[in-house]
Design a protein around this ligand. Sequence first.
Ligand code: AMP
Length: 501
Amino acid sequence: MSIRLVTDYLDASAEKYPEKIAFADENREISFSQVKSEALKIATKLINDSVFKKPVVIYLDKSVEVLVSFMGAAYSGNFYTPIDTGMPSSRIEKIMETLCPAVIITDEAHRNAASEFSGNTPVILYSDIQKLTADEALVEQAKTKILDTDILYVLFTSGSTGTPKGVIISQKACIDYAEWVTKTFDISSSTIFGEQAPFYFDNSILDIYQTLKNGATLYIIPQKFFMLPKQLFEFLAEKKVNTIFWVPSALCIMANLKAVGKFPVPTLKKVLFCGEVMPNKQLNVWRKAFPDCLYANLYGPTEITDVCAYYIVDREFSDDESLPIGFACENTEIIVLNDKNERVQKDEKGELCVRGTCLSYGYYNNPEKTQAAFVQNPLNSKYPEIIYRTGDIVHYNERGELMYDCRKDFQIKHMGHRIELGEIETAVSAVEGVEQNCCLYDTEHSKIVMFFTGSVEAQQIIDSIKNAVPEYMIPNKKIKLDKMPINLNGKIDRVELKKML
Ligand code: AMP
């Protein structure tokens, strides 16, 4: 069967493995045929409401229903945006302003919260849709109007101006990625994922679409288990998980808690990770405890559909060495450009830029930010060819492998979350009594540090910004100053502040 749209994956798996468990959470296990039939009901509702090529917000706790809703949006030719139910309402409002969704799908428990930010957007309950009858012929007909270049999802990432950016990903970008993952990591119907990533984070794309494509099984790991190692490893063992794709922070927490190797997971075969630097110190703990597993360092931002480079760990590394990010994925070119926009030579450092089907179309409803990051390939003046500038500084090592060095701007990764420090600073500036502020990241201790001046106390600032930024963006350390250090350009002197960390 040729694959044009992601729902073709689900159709094929529902036909081949109708009764097999596709997705499971704490409350429910759902088979491929159930995923399809529930998704078709959502699609029927959207088509009957004349919603086509429009954003559909999914406002539900992390659950199988979120994944079914994604498919419902896809079957109807719409695109989905999951919104974390724990996100502060002011941030959701900014997303809503950018996205202007056609509909919000939620449940009884979140109906009231949804009505606070929905404005004129219709709010529909998942359970109500499930009372309707699916019209498969209608959905089939709608399918003929969907192109593989159409949008599949828009995921929001932190934005330095305080407004999150909605990264647009097409059907074909997701399919291109899914095909590569299956081939490279030998994913099949016997794959069982222990899924960690939140669904609003692009890492989850791997687990979701590999499951749909291959008739695999995805168990959502309850978030609380990442603080309860015994339960976590028992869960993996009980569900016979053989593949995990986690953010390095999650792997590191387990290694630091000395939990890795303490509890057997005999089925575990593949440990993939992506999203931030994976330190070899903690990776070595995993490699020692699970010596027969395949380990792979995947690299990529949301803007290139999760992953554009990868390194399958094939040799020993000492604790203080850096792990390569390796090589470009198939059908993807990585171009490392120096300050002069020329290809770097030998081990010269430069910005990692990407070209290929994997590229996002840009940021939803945000042409300025799109034009700044998605630019004409400076190495090609003959025809339009867009590359994405990641803002990541890298170099090639003596083996020709890509090595990640640092970010070129103020974006950080904190516990796996992508954060623009500017977004926190914008929220802090808005607090009454704050004169100046600057946020830095203390990489060594994994702490967001807020420096501020003004007539206000740290706790007041924290209390106020709780309504503006998610929990993981709240500064861990607060330093009140009488005066901000200023550099020669009249800007806040970050170098001077760094010395105070
Ligand atoms: P996100 O869009 O949340 O996936 O974040 C993308 C950013 O995370 C990249 O631009 C990098 O700065 C960082 N990142 C992702 N994967 C890796 C990796 N394997 N090693 C180092 N940094 C990474």
